[in-house]
Design a protein around this ligand. Sequence first.
Ligand code: ZN
Length: 526
Amino acid sequence: MKHLLISTLLLLLIACSSPAPQQEAVLLSTPTQVATVTTPPTRTSTPTTTPAPQPTATVTPTATVTATPTPDPLAVYAADMRPAFVDDIAAHANLPRYALQMQVDPAAGLLAGRVQITFPNTTGTPLPDVALRLYPNFARDLLGKSGGIWMEITDSSIDGQPVTASYLAQDTAILLPLPDPLQPGETTHLNVGFRAAMTPWSDGTWPLPSYYPMLAVHDPANETWRLDVTEFPDRVFSESALYTAEITVPAHLTVVTSGQITDTQAWDTGYTTYYASTGPVRQFALTVGDFAVAETSAADVQVRVYQARANGYDIQTIAQVAADALSVFAQRFGAYPYRELDLHLLPYTFDGGDEYPGLIFVYTDGIDAGARYVTAHEVAHQWWFALVGNDIYREPWLDEAFAQYSGIIYAEEHAGSVVAEADWEREVLQRYRGALADGDLPVGWAISDYPNFNVYYRTVYGKGAVFLRTLRTVVGDEAFFAALQSYYQSHRYGVATTRDVQHAFETASGQDLDSLFGEWGVRQGS
Ligand SMILES: [Zn+2]
């Protein structure tokens, strides 16, 4: 997440109000009210003039797992990978595998879906249950986005046996009891039907990130599932998995997803099904709309920027910024392994963004220096957050300070020193001065340790980026980038910690950095 060109006052105003454009058409309903909502469309076998999506078996519990069965169960995921990284699939074959099916019905404001998850117990401890997060049930965030919608479970089974899901954590999670504890090394199969309200953005598009029940992260220290809830803008803490998806939408709309669209099927009923797959990714995001698209590439990575046709922003410029940032980060941090990166540009009252693997949402009030910087920041999150994961609740600096400083690295290499210094002043130093006024709090705190979002924002984004530049000065450019390369290579697709960062920099530089990390309050999270 990144927000910029916002004065502290404006930020406070935003944090205290809820101006989200998508509120206008929101279906304000809670899971307990769902019985009053129109029943989701059901399958029929004949063409119809009704708007109900109906051409596929996508919500029946017995639906097949992949669109194109193949003798090699891993082959479908390779479509997302650049040739040099196809082997990453086999190397991570023990990741959970999701098969998603969704019917998107914008006219009714409803999404009906099913998720089948092949879940290997790699926690090292017997599991009596499995927790899934329902991220759409999070409350509206402090910046006025998300919230006001609901997701509910329609049925659930484990290894073919129906089980009763219990809602937890303010309905942001369900717990599925296992018939017998799942032993380490054993695999189980979850099958969960769900439906959810959808709300359009102000431009009539339908961003749908995290719109399915998603495995929670197991906390080995406490032998519990992590069910954190926050009103801060970022809320998804997840581990990498392999995905296939079948998404059915009215034919006049286009689906853009994490990973690759591998096939489409137009039905004679006015609907189209998109088939998608991913390599190892931290979650699966999609967006739906009637889009204009701009396209470019960075080496053999396709970069596409989408917007509602009527918006008219210069998305070709954003595509080029994203491609240039991708090239800079690939060279500085390590190669981007996927074949594609998509961005969806959305009109908003200020510049900001939300990062998802392979699909970035950029919010903007115009194509200017702020939009350029925020695009680079969000592209950097593909490395810091998506590929190298972190506990965003307990160690948020690991993705946000890194992305913030990466935006400066992009500017240095692509926009020249004058622009880079202007970005440094506007995006970092202004926040850093605010962080000092806030009491010069530690960079490495958990989000709940900060007294409010603004203090968190100024400290982690502003002071955190200053810490990284200080670290670069102390160890020198060669060791700095060698450390980032090593850190990336060691933790790609995994979840890294502050300790891993310190280790990478100490190894690359040969220096004991304990006191420097300590001075800046960069300590292993609680
Ligand atoms: Zn960010």
